[in-house]
Ligand binder design. Structure first.
Ligand code: GDP
Ligand code: MG
Length: 325
């Protein structure tokens, strides 16, 4: 673990990839090594801006990340791109499938792209991705993008692990805002109307003012920040530098009013309880998964003979008894 950890801290990309694989592993045999590794990396983490990027499939997230990422890299930053995609088991991972749209980025020596971990339940994905994010920071990546598909649940997971939430919208009418879960729009710190080019340029301008009006009617998350809506084109690069400037402004405001630090502190606390839940579940499963009792309880729940909350109580009671003997 010492060798791996110092490899990561030196910025060795292969070591980083290997470290993340270990941190993401759901194999209980790896969990001890993973803990040691994470503890050794944690003191070197935190020195970054963590940006969540969301929007419905087709809005242009991958194209945007490529264009925006290259802009950020040109400013001498090191960029890591992670993905949270609860559907990745079926689709093979949003980033992996889109690597062709991030061709230049994926070849860049200062960029690190990591597809979403497949086959873990959603809560687990967030938990693992946070650890992956820590590893990236320890490796010297000072800008982190966390991409998600704009379909609901995963957005909150991403918002819980990032500093800033960037929402991409299409230059359609206000229908899109209605169609999209309102909760997702409320998470946004910056909104970009993508595809503001060619035949869609004028529609995009209209959409910007429609969305801005709609967003101004929401209760702001911070009194110090009015969520800005801007147009951009990931295809020709218009508005891309403006987006980065806005992020800088946002950061200045949130760091001087203390919200940036405060948010990270409460995220760390939430992370702790996620970890407690995960660990407890793992222990209980290790002890009971193969038992007849567990099979009976699960079957009774499936048959509707037992309520979930009664079943949970039974499992915990059984676990405690097992622990005591
Ligand atoms: N005209 C135009 N097309 C874009 C823009 N950004 C993305 N696209 C196109 O929109 C489609 C979906 O883009 P993609 O990045 O895969 O979207 P994702 O599903 O959100 O990752 C692709 O055909 C892109 O070429 C843009 O700014 N302008
Ligand atoms: Mg994509």
């Amino acid at each position: 673990m010492d060798v791996l950890s110092s490899g990561v801290r030196k910025g060795d990309r292969r070591a980083l990839a290997q470290a993340i694989t270990l941190l993401e592993s759901s194999n209980p045999d790896h969990s001890c090594d993973a803990d040691i590794l994470l503890a050794s990396l944690l003191p070197y983490s935190g020195n970054s801006i963590r940006i969540g990027i969301s929007g419905v499939p087709g809005v242009g997230k991958s194209t945007f990340i490529e264009r925006f990422g290259l802009h950020v890299l040109a400013l001498q930053h090191k960029l890591a791109v992670l993905a949270i995609d609860p559907t990745s088991k079926r689709s093979g991972g949003s980033i992996l499938g889109d690597k062709t749209r991030m061709e230049e980025l994926s070849r860049h020596p200062d960029a690190f792209i990591r597809p979403s971990p497949a086959g873990i339940r959603l809560g687990g994905v967030g938990h693992r991705s946070r650890e992956a994010l820590i590893a990236c920071e320890a490796a010297g990546y000072d800008v982190i993008f966390v991409e998600t598909v704009g379909v609901g649940q995963s957005e909150t997971t991403v918002a819980d692990m990032t500093d800033l939430f960037l929402l991409l919208l299409l230059p359609g009418g206000g229908d899109e805002l209605q169609g999209m879960k309102k909760g997702i729009v409320e998470l946004a710190d910056i909104v970009l109307v993508n595809k503001a080019d060619g035949a869609m340029a004028r529609a995009a301008e209209r959409a910007v003012s429609d969305y801005q009006n709609a967003i101004n009617m929401l209760r702001p998350a911070s009194n110090d920040w009015v969520v800005p809506v801007r147009a951009c084109s990931s295809l020709n690069g218009d508005g891309i530098d403006d987006a980065w400037r806005l992020i800088g402004e946002w950061r200045n405001v949130m760091q001087s009013n203390g919200a940036f630090e405060h948010n990270r502190h409460s995220q760390a606390q939430a992370w702790l309880w996620d970890a407690v839940r995960d660990r407890l579940e793992m222990e209980i499963r290790l002890q009971l998964d193969q038992s007849n009792e567990m099979r009976e309880i699960t079957k009774s729940v499936a048959d509707g003979q037992l309520t979930v909350s009664e079943a949970a109580k039974k499992i915990i009671m059984r676990y405690r008894v097992g622990k005591a003997t």
